[in-house]
Write a protein that binds this ligand. Structure first.
Ligand code: CDP
Length: 207
């Protein structure tokens, strides 16, 4: 079986950029699992029942253009607190993780619930203030007109909901390496993550 790498952490911590860079560097497929919850959240905003939406989800739904906005993020975090919705999305994620060529999955519960046996687990974090600044810039660049204070409040509310839910709360696995990117630029964060993967991945011979 190929190498599986689990990357977890809160909103705008840098986990997405880091995951894409690791996937490119080691030739692995990448799944942003947040998109699954965002796609279900999107359909809930359109009036669909979240569990029905989760059960009907197809890979193509993850390519929808409008999944990155703050309203969808908020809806995603609400549907993500529903145990049955989470359960409906487990098989897709585990099948992706088991790809022969190996895979990087990023999310909130990859190292703890989806891939507890992944040989490499990273938990990427940063202060709420730094994350809000990053997300604010990102949203402005995408044409969303938001205020920094609003983004910070949203991030705090989502952190609390994601870490406090009963089912698969966001937390670092015991064997995860913590990377705090608060004082790092993206190049430094990526270099650090790649070094951690190099140090931990099984020798290609015993993989
Ligand atoms: O990009 P950002 O970190 O803002 O959000 P995301 O990773 O796309 O995740 C959106 C929401 O989906 C999160 O706030 C979580 O509530 C939920 N999520 C989850 O519960 N489990 C995952 N593995 C991934 C996302």
């Amino acid at each position: 079986m190929g190498l599986t790498i689990a990357v977890d952490g809160p909103a705008a911590s840098g986990k997405g950029t880091i995951s894409r860079a690791i996937a490119a560097r080691f030739g692995l497929a990448h799944l942003d699992t947040g998109l699954l919850y965002r796609a279900v959240g999107r359909r809930m905003l359109d009036g669909e029942e979240p569990l029905v939406a989760a059960r009907a989800l197809r890979a193509e739904d993850l390519d929808a253009e409008d999944l990155r906005g703050p309203d969808v993020a908020e809806a995603a975090s609400k549907v993500a607190a529903l145990g049955e919705v989470r359960a409906a999305l487990v098989d897709f994620q585990r099948a992706f993780a088991a790809r022969a060529g190996g895979a990087v999955l990023d999310g909130r519960d990859i190292g703890t619930v989806i891939c507890p046996d992944a040989p490499v687990k990273l938990f990427v974090t940063a202060s709420a203030e730094v994350r809000a600044e990053r997300r604010h810039k990102e949203l402005l660049a995408r044409g969303h007109d938001t205020r920094l204070e609003e983004v910070l409040a949203d991030i705090r509310a989502r952190d609390t909901r994601d870490a406090g839910r009963a089912d698969a709360p966001m937390r670092a696995a015991e064997d995860a390496v913590l990377i705090d990117t608060s004082g790092m630029g993206i190049d430094e964060a990526v270099a650090r993550a790649i070094a951690e993967v190099e140090a931990r991945r099984p020798e290609p011979d015993d993989a």
